[in-house]
Design a protein around this ligand. Structure first.
Ligand code: CP
Ligand code: NVA
Length: 314
């Protein structure tokens, strides 16, 4: 078991399935009893943010409270990462006082540096390369609705060179989901991620297809997924991106090419009229609220898993 959760590949398929099962148990317990057992009493999570957040902050903070622990939120302006204070000093200090760290950073290298300098586990709460916590919630949602992973077709439309796309491609390969991504020229997945996902697919028996044609990607899909065309950090390219990505908008017409029981997913925040039309994201096939709620349940399971692994190894 790895100390940190920086990439979705830091968990094996077996560990992912264990975390999903634990998340389901915690979700049910919360709904039936109104509370969870205080499994993380006297534990503290330190949350370090270089970027804004709604879901990630809420779910980690509420999750720690529900398990009897505590979370400390450090806003982008609080610590001045790499400016007022070096990443290595922040990591060392946070890990002497907290039991676990979650960091949302611009560069993936920053989250790696946090992990290298922290004695306690570090969770990637989104970097420019991956968004693994989001993908755990997405997998829980798919599992609740479809009851399986192997053989499903997941189509992603829009920005391929994107944290959510990368983690989705890797997770799909690991769990045997057929992954198709439609993106314009110059916005395909990073080479290293594509190569790694292809290698893992060949073992799990799934397919990984990159295309420029949104129709080809969504044909017969069980899940259609999109994300913002302008990720945090890409704001200077906004106008150019809004033009380039126009043909990749998820529309009701495109959804007609999928399986009749296909679902629509989005990690949020969403920009209606850009990557998806309101009719789809607010329509009956959309599961985006369930997806967001599931951040809470998977993250609680993830923290329990990482802290248990840490205790076993010390
Ligand atoms: N999906 C997601 O990570 O949302 P936030 O940016 O609001 O945390
Ligand atoms: N790709 C998006 C995800 C937001 C949760 C971003 O990085 O801004």
């Amino acid at each position: 078991m790895k100390k940190d959760f920086l990439s979705i590949l830091d968990l094996s398929a077996k560990e992912i399935l264990y975390i999903l099962a634990l998340a389901k148990k915690l979700k049910l317990e919360l709904k039936v009893k109104g509370s969870n057992d205080r499994l993380l009493a006297s534990r503290t999570l330190v949350m370090i943010f270089e970027k804004p957040s709604l879901r990630t902050r809420l779910s980690f903070e509420v999750g720690m409270a529900q398990l009897g622990g505590h979370a400390v939120y450090l806003a982008p302006s609080d610590i001045g990462i790499g400016d007022r204070e070096s990443v290595s000093d922040i990591a060392k200090i946070a890990s002497t006082m907290g039991n676990i760290i979650m960091a949302r950073t611009y560069k993936h290298d920053t989250v790696l540096e946090f992990a290298q300098n922290s004695l306690t586990p570090v969770i990637n709460g989104l970097s420019d390369l991956e968004h693994p916590c989001q993908i755990l919630a997405d997998l829980l949602t798919i599992s609740e609705i479809k009851g399986k992973f192997k053989g499903l077709k997941l189509a992603f439309l829009g920005d391929g060179e994107n944290n959510v796309t990368h983690s989705l491609a890797l997770a799909s390969s690991l769990l045997g989901i057929n992954f198709s991504v439609a993106s314009p020229n110059g916005f395909q997945m990073k080479r290293e991620i594509k190569d790694m996902a292809s290698k893992i697919s060949s073992v799990s028996g799934s397919t990984l297809i990159e295309t420029k044609d949104p129709g080809e990607a969504v044909e017969g899909a069980d899940v259609v997924y999109t994300d913002t065309w302008v990720s945090m950090g890409d704001e200077t390219e906004k106008q150019e991106r809004l033009e380039i990505f126009k043909p990749y908008q998820v529309t009701a017409k495109l959804m007609k090419l999928t399986k009749p029981d296909a679902i629509f997913m989005h990690d949020l925040p969403a920009y209606r009229g850009n990557e998806v039309v309101a009719e789809v994201i607010d329509g009956s096939q959309s599961v985006v609220v369930q997806q967001a709620e599931n951040r809470l349940h998977v993250q609680k399971a993830l923290i329990i898993h990482l802290l248990a692994a840490q205790e076993q190894s010390s």
